[in-house]
Design a protein around this ligand. Structure first.
Ligand SMILES: C[C@H](O)[C@H](O)[C@H]1CNC2=NC(N)=NC(=O)C2=N1
Length: 100
């Protein structure tokens, strides 16, 4: 794990969504959300495992909820109490490995 040394700048959900596809703004807090669907639990959990390893390397972790083949993800940055570029980068990583 590599801890970031400076707090990230808050860019807000709208600025993040302008750089992403399939993500939406969360209700009630500055965060972005996406629901990923996979062929089965094995594929969903494989995705979560790959994301978990990368997220820990980045010291930037998702909120998520999994049932069978569905993974609901919420990204926000606690360190700036809103969406930062770190969320955009993690969202792009997830999109890149999710396929489809
Ligand atoms: C101490 C540790 O570096 C911080 O709490 C990290 C951990 N993971 C994190 N994850 C997210 N999503 N936002 C953060 O601000 C954050 N901060």
């Amino acid at each position: 794990m590599t801890a970031p040394t400076t707090a990230p700048a808050k860019i807000g959900a709208a600025a993040a969504l302008a750089q992403l596809s399939g993500w939406t703004a969360a209700d009630g807090k500055d965060a972005i959300e996406k629901t990923f669907r996979f062929a089965d639990f094995n594929a969903a959990f494989g995705f979560m495992t790959r994301v978990a390893i990368e997220a820990d390397k980045r010291d930037h972790h998702p909120e998520w909820f999994n049932v069978y083949n569905r993974v609901e993800v919420t990204l926000t940055t606690h360190d700036c109490d809103g969406v930062s570029e770190r969320d955009v980068q993690l969202a792009k990583f997830m999109d890149g490995i999710a396929g489809g």
